[in-house]
Design a binder for this molecule. Sequence first.
Ligand SMILES: [Zn+2]
Length: 270
Amino acid sequence: MIRTVTTLFLLAAFAMACSKNALSGKSQFTLFKESEMQTMATEQYQQFLSSNKVVPTSSGNKDVDMVRRVGQRITKAVETYYAGKGMSDQLKGFKWEYNLVDSKEVNAWCMPGGKIVVYTGLLPVSQNEAALAVVLGHEVSHALLQHGNQRMSQQLGTQVVGAGLQVAVANKPAETQNAYLSAFGVGSQVGLLLPFSRKQESEADEYGLYFAAMAGYNPEEAINLWKRMERLSNGQKPPEFLSTHPSEGKRIERLQKIMPRALEYYKPIK
Ligand SMILES: [Zn+2]
């Protein structure tokens, strides 16, 4: 009897945990409320910024200006797209922030609610604004597609079923925080865009490319970007990078397939 009740409870909890993502229209497994993910992002983001070297905006540093400019154009494109689909309410919890952090890591990430970090180490590889827009489009898409929430839900899974993020934090603060940070690639040393599955990477690549194009950047620059990434990672990819990441060659193939649609969205910045 107890077992039946428990099973029913778990089934009900999992059923509740299946939601539909507004952007992709696909059903997904998320145990946490997006608002909880966003609240946690605000805290974690502040903590990250205060313990890392943020390049100050007031420094007149051209790179900071570029990161902000590209970030703002991407988020404007996202907002316009969502408004056009009548789903602006999905962005209510987003308070976009863009920061450049001084670090050799070739990385960037976006937490729920639009908390973005770009590492200075990415810029020699991105090389131009269009490629940076492709990266930011990709990262922002992970946030919009709730990949961090899905990732954490899978990681923490049954331990927290039906309980919510606050309960998870209260019961297992260190474990939850680690799961949270790793869900967004914070502190990852092994290169760009590590922590997601191939399917999630492809999905973020696709929407990221469209948003970069809508923001006025030539989406074809994505091909050059991934060629540079490939050269960079030659010989130094740790195994987990290989196992979770689409190889850049395949990635380029897939990008080329969706390029015609991306180019339809492309209106160059005047
Ligand atoms: Zn990614």
